[in-house]
Design a protein around this ligand. Structure first.
Ligand code: NAG
Ligand code: NAG
Length: 366
């Protein structure tokens, strides 16, 4: 592990120094789309219940203050920015995102959203996926005004993109209430087929809007998270029913990624096997330095699995020892480990290639 990380760091450093030769503003931009796993504060600016802007969220962030990230500190996009040698992107709705800051990229993600518009409907004002894409178009116009159309196109084409969607189509839709409208409309395999076909349209749209390197995160080990264990597990075992979700969804996601890449004739889309990464912690937490992967650090009830993490919740003293920060979201340390796997993992984790390979390849092209 240590030596493969050293190799990864070497490649990243090399990649950056090559890119650096191109000139001042040539640093690779980063764009993020999706849900609460990757939202870094857009929902702070919206009237919605889906928010992480009060303590103890952010307790381990450098400022020790909540930021809107569903984490005790940094989350997955922050560690990817670090791997790019870049500062973290700002949320798109943040008024600070203007001028030169725009060139770093932007985060359009919004906690609660899914692939479908009716997912997370109970959160009312969230930035649904189609709207996140519209905001990206608006962003591109703003950058156009700043650096001109040619440089904007280069910035977009050379950027790294991350998208994380799907869990809320189950948690906050299909399984939200017994006999939910979607569960009456579709059995689980047919529902998965339906959302996968909708997801393919979203990915195609990202390509049309200029994305050329897109990390597409699959659904994590949804049946094993504290928020699901609380109602569906007797002794902490994963819910076999809910585990069908990633088991059905992820291989079909890889399938559409292969189809899109072969249509385009290039490895634009990269599958991130989040479920595989999380299962490693779940099967053997101690191996990764966690004392548990069943109980959340912050929450209430069995496994601290009640959705809310607030000032009155149980809070563990050492967040690094927990794979889950709250009922649904990985701890900062779990996020760091996940991004290490993204950077240097084998094809089992990153298909068809990992981030260090991407960075090395793309720096050669330029
Ligand atoms: C969501 O709503 C928008 C705007 O009405 C529509 O264009 C889009 O196709 C819808 N997406 C899905 C997956 O239904
Ligand atoms: C992933 O990254 C490491 C370097 O960190 C590299 O050795 C490896 O071959 C890469 N690709 C795959 C498919 O494992």
């Amino acid at each position: 592990m240590a030596s493969s990380m050293a190799v990864a760091c070497y490649i990243i450093v090399l990649g950056i120094s090559v890119v650096g030769l191109k000139g001042a503003e040539a640093q690779r931009a980063f764009f993020v789309f999706g849900d609460s796993i990757v939202d870094n504060g857009n929902n702070n600016f919206l009237a919605t219940e889906a928010r992480a802007d009060s303590p103890p969220y952010g307790i381990d962030y450098p400022t020790r203050k909540p930021t809107g990230r569903f984490s005790n500190g940094y989350h997955i996009p922050d560690f990817i920015s670090q791997a790019l040698g870049a500062e973290s992107t700002l949320p798109y709705l943040d008024p600070e995102l203007k001028g030169e800051k725009l060139l770093v990229g932007a985060n359009f993600a919004s906690a609660g959203v899914g692939i479908l518009n009716d997912s997370g409907i109970e959160f009312v004002n969230i930035i649904r996926t189609y709207k996140q894409l519209q905001y990206w178009e608006e962003y591109q116009q703003r950058v156009n005004a700043l650096i001109g159309p040619e440089q904007t196109k280069t910035l977009i084409n050379e950027a790294l993109v991350l998208i994380n969607l799907g869990s809320n189509d189950f948690v906050n839709n299909y399984y939200l209430v017994p006999h939910s409208p979607r569960s009456r409309q579709y059995n689980l395999p047919d529902f998965v087929k339906f959302i996968i076909s909708e997801y393919k349209k979203v990915l195609r749209r990202l390509y049309e809007l200029g994305a050329r390197r897109v990390l597409v995160a699959g659904i994590g080990a949804l049946g094993c998270v504290p928020g699901v264990l609380i109602t569906r597990s007797t002794n902490g075992e994963c819910s076999a029913e809910v585990q069908r979700v990633p088991t059905l969804f992820n291989p079909q996601l890889v399938q559409i990624i292969k189809e899109l890449n072969s249509e385009i004739g290039s490895h634009v889309f990269i599958a991130v096997e989040t479920q595989q990464m999380q299962m490693d912690f779940i099967i053997n937490p101690q191996r990764y330095g966690f004392i548990t992967s069943k109980t959340a650090c912050c929450g209430e009830g069995r496994f601290n699995g009640i959705q809310l993490c607030t000032v009155t919740s149980n809070l563990c003293p050492n967040r690094d020892l927990y794979a889950f920060w709250d009922a649904f979201h990985p701890s900062e340390r779990a996020c760091r480990l996940i991004v290490q796997q993204m950077t240097s993992g084998t094809q089992e984790y990153m298909y068809p290639m990992n981030l260090s390979t991407i960075l090395a390849l793309d720096s050669k092209k330029n």
